[in-house]
Every structure is written in structure tokens, then in C-alpha cells.
Write a new protein. Structure first.
Length: 746
């Protein structure tokens, strides 16, 4: 998601260009190189949006350069499947090459659940253009009209005959053909598609399960050394003094390197500073780090406490707030239902912590990193080692999880600084303790929701106050309220049909830890509060929670939020292109209820809970079944109903939602990051817990609705409705309300 939330983080984005280049590669063949134009321009003009580099050589092999990072979401498989469909070629004839960081591939950030949303049509158009050029070349060879030929399985076939020419035989001829544009570009009919909308092969699966896949941690080059860093335990602190005498006595340790602290604000891409220990292996570097004697200056964040910050945010609700949306008039004296909700800081905790290998030379630099933002990382490395970005090569490895953490290139910059100082390749590894104590965290939040239920049992007023440290505060200490983009994630796009509405934003000072985007970002906060409060309203009204949701949603309609908030951030899309359709929202709620057998009689201790939320332009309803026994919670069943437009690769959609349910279980029942005197108290999975096998839902059903709408995001939408659905189920099972996450005591 490229948004105001990420404005600082994306200053590296390139200017957009609009051209298509066709030519012959040195081996001979057809090359399509697509360069960046805006999605809006692409849609209106029919031109191509750049996203990849496609070549067909004389053997008939199709090479697709994938410009998005692969971290388990299956983007490499899905993009290949889209191309194969339009081009008319078998999977076996497609060779994938991961794009290095390069402006020629356009914007490469893998975030915001937007890879398929933004590149589904461009990929189809690219495949269709190449197909038509091959067909035109074949038609000329046979002296027939182009409608007499078709592509199939890597060949162009002359209809009504046995004549066919392979893509390899036609590649050079096709490269001379003009590029079809506008109305001349013909996409295949739905009936002709073999991959899109169906389960596609996972191109990386065999390598992943066999151990052949190359993650960041797997990279090696000759002569490399290994490093870890001792960082100040308080964000913004700095080194006062250190003694590495005992460190240098550890077998394998070769030297230490001092890294300068950036001070405050630390930003998203600068090293935190500290002492790097360089050794012949990672274990020696870790043991050497343990021997360092360091005195730190904690700096201004040495007094930061997450608990105190939360109380300050809550107190602010009674003082000055900023009105983001106001419809009608909320009479505070008539409010008769109020609740407050709290979410803690969360850490990303990808299974592969940050790691980078950098070989910095005097005149050039090469990097291997699991980066979600390759061009940003490349630029920050160039700055760190004093080179022109043109002399830096950044290779993108597979990511062992990301969730937004690996979009920030600070860890790559650290490795670059150490490599330059040592004059040799350096593989820098963050340990799990480093990851949890020095990462970028999801912001804790405090929210207060109030409603008026009148004598006719109708909800006539709604007041939502929300406060949390903005992501912008990591780069701007003056950012004391959530950004426009953060407000647009579940707060200001609240769809319920309530006549009197106030959506307000409270003040929150920049946190004493680094804040960054985590899977689903501010939707986590707003989804939990709204999803939980809707259930409280249902209880107060004494009606079924599903009935309550549908009643408050009102009649099917498309909501034009510009009438109540012309500044609403909308996932960098226009509301005309992706209208907020309450009919689609209603249908996912109804489908989830149907598939879960909502209303069924359950044994004592078992119950269902529901929540629904739209994020990243995707409509989701989630129903969680819980079983509470002697204070212990298990989750026998989860049902998701999803309307994500066209589900291009349904198997990957299901996988994302299955993973999202497990991720949501961690947030709801296990994970909590606390800070005292500026120090993160947790350090590893013994005290910052994630859902284990025994905690995870036993059964996860993902019901994907058919839709003719354009594809929308699926990586992040599973997360927001899960926690409130679980909390609502626990209320139904126990009679207790749970307004604070994680739920540790039942």
C-alpha cells in the first residue's frame, strides 16, 4: 500500500514513464520491456503498465522477470499463470527470474496487498500483446489472415490443418511486428482461460520443501565474514563508551566496528547504531557480542512506558480531539452505551529475522537481501557506502516472512556500513532477540466508542474516538495524530447507516520505540474496536449479532464517502473505480453465517462470534467457533467469507486466509510487546509468544464468492475481523467482555 502512511518510506519511487520497447535480444528473440505509467493512465488509455520483462528465445523458452518479492504469498506462481494464459504456453515453457532492484521494472515495493490488484490486467495485456505479435508473424509466414491462426501450448497453429510453428521459430519474426494497442489488443475470453480463476502450480514449492530455495540467510560469497550488532536497548539512545578487550579474545572474532546512532527521529532506513562484532562465523560473533562491556546513554526515550502512554491517550479523549467525519449531530447526553478498547504494540516476528549480505568495494557494491522494497534498499546502500546507485546491484532473495518488516531497509544499510569498514563481504544476521527488541512495531492504540439506542431500539448515534502513535512519527517527531491514510483504514470509511456520526482522532505523541506498518496496519485497531462494539450493540438491543450487522448496514448501496469526507484516503485508488458496495458486504456476512451454521445449538462452553471488515478493497466476514474448558480456549473452527473481486488464484487466496487466521490467533491470544524505561521487556518466543500448533484453529474454511469485479487484496484482509470475532465468541461462551488484546485470562 503506497499511501500517506508510507510517504516517507517511499521517497525513492521513480517518475512514471509510458513507453513500450520491442527488440531482439543478443540470443535472438522477442523481448517485451514495460516501463512505468500510473494505473489510472493505463486503465484510461489502454497502454501497458510496466511490471516485468518478458523474453522468448529461439528455443521457445519464455522468461518472465518477476518484479515483486516472494514471501509465501505465491506472487511468482500467479504472475506466471496469468502470462501463460494470455500467451498460450505451458508452465514448463516459462522460466522465472527474480528481478534485481532496478528502475526499469517500475515500482517494486511488495506491500499493501496490491501486487495482483495493480498488475493483473497489465500482465494479461503483456501476454496478449506478445501472443498477437507471434500470431501476426505466423500469419504472414503462411500468407493467411490473422484470424486463421491461434496460439496453443507454445505453438502458433494454422486452423483446420496440421501446420504449426513454435514460439522459438517465430521469436525473431515476431520482434519485428508492431505492438497492438488500444482496441487492437485482444484479451482472451473467460472460456479460453486455463489458469486464471483456478488452482495454479506453486512454482517454488519443491525447492522450499527440499531445502533448495534461496532465502537471505542462505546466501554465501567467497571471503565473507559474519556480523551481529550490539544496539542501545533504548530507541534513540547512543554509545557512551565500550571495551572490546574480552570480545577480541573469543575464537573466531576478528574485529569490532562502531556504528553511529542517528538520534531522533531514527527514520525507517538508518542503522540504529552500536557496536558490530565481525567474526569467521555467526556463533563466534554472538559469543563475542556477549563479552562487550558497554555503557549507553538512554537519551530522551529512557522514561518511555507503553502503559503510561496508553493512559495519556485515553485521557485525551476527554479533551481536544480532531473531527475527521461528522454527519448529523451526536447528542452526548443521549449516549447510553460506551466501551473502550486497547491493542498493544506488536512485533512482526517473521520466521527469518532480518539478514543481509553486502560486498562493498571501492567502485561497486553487490547486495543479497530479502527485501520488500528493493529500490529503496539499493538507494540507502548507495548512500551508506558513498556510491552512485548505478554501481550498486541488489539481488532479491526469497523472504522467510515479511509482514511489512522487510520493507524497511535499515538492516541492509547496517550490513553495507560494516562491509565498507571491513573491506570484505559481510553477512549481518539479526538474532530473534534483536528482532523483537529493536524492530519496528505495530502501534498500541486506545479507542472509545459510544452509541445511542433510542426507545424504538434503533441506533441513532455513533461516536468513535481513536488514538495511536502514527507511523509518520518514526520520521517526524511533530506527527502527533494518525495520518490521513491511517484514518482511512477502517475508521473514516465506516459504512454503517447511522444518522448521527462522529469519527474523531485523539493526540498521541510519537512512541518511544520505532513504529512501522505491520500486516493490515491501522485496520487491526479499528477492526477490533468496531467489530467488538457491534456485538455489544447487538447485546444491548437484545437481537442476534448477524441480524444487528445487517440492520445497521442498511439498504444495498454504493457509498460516496466524498460527501462526508472529501479527503478520505482510499488505498491509492478512486472510489469510482472501486465503489464501497454495501451489497457485497452484506453478502459475505450472509454467506459466513450460512456456512458456519450460525444459530446452531452448541454444547456448554462452545459458541460462535462474528465480525466483518473491509480492507484493501476486499470484503470479509469472519466467524470463529470457540471451546472454553477450565479457562482454556481452543478454536475448533473458523469460517471466512471473502469477496475479493476476481480470485485470480483461489488456492493462494485460501492460503493467505488460512495463514491470516493463525496470525490473528497470535494477536488475539498470545502476543504482547511491553516497554518500560524505554526497554522492550520481551526477547524471544518464550515471552513474546506466537500461536503454536495446539493454539491454531483446527479447521479453517475459506468461502470465496464469485465476482466480476476487479481483483483486490488478500494478504492483509484476513487479519482485522479475526480478533473481534474471537472476542465476541468468547463473550457468547462465557458472558465476559474482552476489550483488551491479547486475551490472556478467560
Amino acid at each position: 500500500m503506497i499511501s500517506e502512511v508510507y510517504k516517507v518510506a517511499n521517497e525513492h519511487r521513480i517518475e512514471r514513464r509510458n513507453f513500450l520497447k520491442i527488440g531482439a535480444i543478443s540470443l535472438g528473440g522477442l523481448v517485451l520491456s514495460l516501463h512505468h505509467v500510473s494505473a489510472a493512465s493505463f486503465e484510461q488509455s489502454g497502454n501497458f503498465e510496466p511490471n516485468a520483462f518478458v523474453a522468448i528465445d529461439e528455443s521457445g523458452m519464455v522468461t518472465l522477470v518477476v518484479h515483486r518479492s516472494e514471501m509465501g504469498q505465491g506472487i511468482r506462481s500467479t504472475m506466471a499463470g496469468i502470462l501463460a494464459d494470455e500467451l498460450g504456453v505451458d508452465w514448463e515453457k516459462i522460466k522465472l527470474k527474480q528481478a534485481e532492484a532496478d528502475r526499469k521494472y517500475g515500482e517494486q515495493n511488495t506491500d499493501g496487498s496490491k501486487s495482483i490488484r495493480d498488475f493483473y490486467l497489465p500482465m494479461r495485456r503483456m501476454g496478449a500483446a506478445a501472443r498477437q505479435m507471434l500470431e501476426q508473424a505466423a500469419a504472414k509466414s503462411w500468407s493467411v489472415a490473422i484470424d486463421q491462426v491461434k496460439t496453443e501450448n507454445g505453438f502458433v497453429i494454422l486452423k483446420g490443418s496440421d501446420s504449426k510453428l513454435s514460439f522459438g521459430e517465430l521469436a525473431l519474426l515476431a520482434a519485428k511486428e508492431s505492438v497492438p494497442k488500444g482496441n487492437d489488443l485482444r484479451l482472451k475470453k473467460k472460456s479460453e482461460l486455463k489458469n486464471i480463476g483456478k488452482k495454479m502450480p506453486s512454482v517454488d514449492l519443491e525447492d522450499v520443501v527440499s531445502g533448495k530455495a534461496g532465502y537471505g540467510i542462505d546466501q554465501k560469497v567467497e571471503g565473507m565474514k559474519y556480523a551481529v550488532i550490539a544496539r542501545c536497548p533504548v530507541y534513540g539512545g547512543k554509545l557512551k563508551s565500550f571495551d572490546d578487550t574480552e570480545t577480541l579474545k573469543v575464537t573466531g572474532v576478528e574485529r569490532t566496528v562502531q556504528l553511529t546512532s542517528p538520534g531522533l527521529p531514527g527514520g525507517f532506513d538508518r542503522p540504529l547504531g552500536g557496536i558490530a562484532v565481525v567474526a569467521t562465523n555467526t556463533w563466534a560473533a554472538i559469543k563475542g557480542r556477549e563479552k562487550l562491556v558497554i555503557e549507553w546513554d538512554d537519551g530522551p526515550n529512557g522514561t518511555y512506558s507503553d502503559e503510561a502512554a496508553r493512559e495519556t491517550m485515553k485521557e485525551g479523549f476527554e479533551g481536544q480531539t480532531s473531527m475527521r467525519t461528522k454527519v448529523g449531530e451526536v447528542n452526548q447526553s443521549e449516549i447510553n452505551l460506551t466501551a473502550e478498547y486497547y491493542i498493544p504494540h506488536y512485533a512482526h516476528s517473521p520466521m527469518e529475522p532480518p539478514v543481509a549480505l553486502v560486498d562493498a568495494r571501492a567502485d561497486r557494491c553487490e547486495v543479497w537481501a530479502p527485501s520488500q522494497s528493493p529500490q529503496w534498499a539499493k538507494g540507502i546502500v548507495a548512500r551508506a557506502v558513498g556510491l552512485n546507485p548505478a554501481n550498486v546491484k541488489l539481488n532479491v532473495t526469497l523472504l522467510g516472512g515479511g509482514f511489512g518488516r522487510k520493507a524497511k531497509p535499515d538492516f541492509v544499510a547496517e550490513a553495507a556500513v560494516i562491509s565498507k569498514a571491513c573491506g570484505c563481504p559481510i553477512k549481518l544476521t539479526w538474532t530473534r532477540e534483536d528482532d523483537i527488541r529493536h524492530g519496528f512495531y505495530h502501534a498500541q492504540s486506545a479507542q472509545q466508542l459510544s452509541a445511542t439506542i433510542d426507545a424504538n431500539n434503533k441506533v441513532t448515534a455513533w461516536n468513535h474516538k481513536s488514538a495511536f502513535p502514527s507511523i509518520s512519527g518514526t520520521a517526524n517527531l511533530g506527527a502527533k495524530q494518525m495520518s490521513k491514510a491511517e484514518g482511512g483504514q477502517g475508521l473514516e470509511d465506516m459504512p454503517y447507516d447511522i444518522p448521527n456520526l462522529q469519527l474523531e482522532v485523539g493526540t498521541a505523541e510519537p512512541a518511544g520505540v520505532r513504529i512501522g506498518w505491520l500486516r493490515s496496519v491501522a485496520n487491526i485497531n479499528h477492526g477490533f474496536a468496531i467489530g467488538s462494539f457491534m456485538d455489544e450493540i447487538a447485546t444491548a438491543r437484545k437481537i442476534d449479532p448477524v441480524e444487528n450487522l445487517l440492520d445497521l448496514l442498511g439498504p444495498d448501496r454504493e457509498i460516496d464517502f466524498s460527501k462526508r469526507n472529501p479527503n478520505l484516503w482510499y488505498y491509492d485508488k478512486s472510489i469510482q473505480e472501486y465503489p464501497w458496495d454495501t451489497g457485497r458486504f452484506r453478502k459475505v456476512i450472509e454467506l459466513a453465517a450460512e456456512k458456519s451454521s450460525w444459530g446452531q445449538k452448541l454444547p456448554k462452553g462452545q459458541a460462535l462470534g462474528i465480525a466483518a471488515h473491509r480492507s484493501f478493497l476486499t470484503y470479509v466476514a469472519c466467524i470463529v467457533k470457540v471451546d472454553v474448558n477450565d479457562g482454556k480456549v481452543s478454536i475448533p473452527e473458523v469460517h471466512y467469507a471473502v469477496n475479493c473481486g476476481l480470485a485470480v488464484n483461489p488456492d493462494r487466496v485460501r492460503a493467505q486466509f488460512e495463514g491470516g487466521a493463525v496470525f490473528g490467533t497470535s494477536l488475539a491470544l498470545k502476543s504482547e510487546l511491553t516497554v518500560e524505561k524505554g526497554r522492550v521487556k520481551q526477547s524471544n518466543f518464550h515471552d513474546y509468544q506466537l500461536a503454536r500448533m495446539a493454539d491454531a484453529p483446527a479447521k479453517i474454511e475459506v468461502h470465496i464468492m464469485d465476482s466480476k469485479a476487479a481483483p483486490t487484496g488478500v494478504g492483509e484482509p484476513p487479519v482485522p475481523p479475526f480478533s473481534p470475532a474471537l472476542a465476541n465468541a468468547l463473550f457468547a461462551a462465557t458472558g465476559k467482555r474482552f476489550r483488551k488484546l491479547p486475551i490472556l485470562e478467560i
